[in-house]
Design a protein around this ligand. Sequence first.
Ligand SMILES: [Zn+2]
Ligand SMILES: [Zn+2]
Length: 271
Amino acid sequence: MRVWVLGSGSRGNAVLIECAGTRLLVDCGFSPRALAGRLAAIGFAPSDVHAVVLTHEHQDHAKGAAAGAARFGWRVHATEGTLRALGAVPNAESFPAGATVAVGHAVVETVRVPHDAAQPVAVVVSDPAGGARCGVAFDLGHVPAAMLPCFRDLDVLVLEANHDPDLLAAGPYPPSVRARIASRVGHLSNPEAARAIRAFAHRGLRHVVLAHLSETSNAPAVALATVRGVLEGSRFRGALHAAPPDGPIGPFAPVRTRVGAPAQFELGLFA
Ligand SMILES: [Zn+2]
Ligand SMILES: [Zn+2]
């Protein structure tokens, strides 16, 4: 498995995961032209992508999905609510929030997250043969208890660290926007992200990528310092990164391949 964050922030989000011979995007919040440029920077073309899994319908996550499906034949996997909110999307396949679905040769577990969208989810993409697991959680107002079992035993974690509470409070947004961002269905703050990483951490977690950093209410150094502080003395032994908004970061790859897949990866049990 190899993972690249192609860019992350309010201007667009996409994660490329190459898993068991399948290349899938988690979210495609860039125009086809912008996405092609970001893929070219890491040696890929849009036609190398097989499918996109959408976390929710907001344009910074879904803008390029329909065009990619139409031009390159990508399959688009999303919850029923997300697809309804988006309207017509070619090659679309819906799944119930919380379902586990096969996407090519990869397995995608989903979990409902709290955010002001129709039916948003976080996802864990795993390799059923090697066992490597990558969790991606964008845009969530808080971390629901259901995420803990889903985000267990990860090798790579991409997690929103949207804002520093003090920078948000002192920033230029009107009070209604600040309240929406900080709400239980808004976006995750640096301290909330840090506590979640501490909860998800185990010795095999090799890379944590902080994502969706606000360019107004956050800064990479602030987010990294907050998370490092909370992780002090924890089980986390991996590397911590901050995803830039303007270009790819990666690849992040598990350094060990676990042998044998958990029983729930048997094909017959897919929801
Ligand atoms: Zn959103
Ligand atoms: Zn977003």
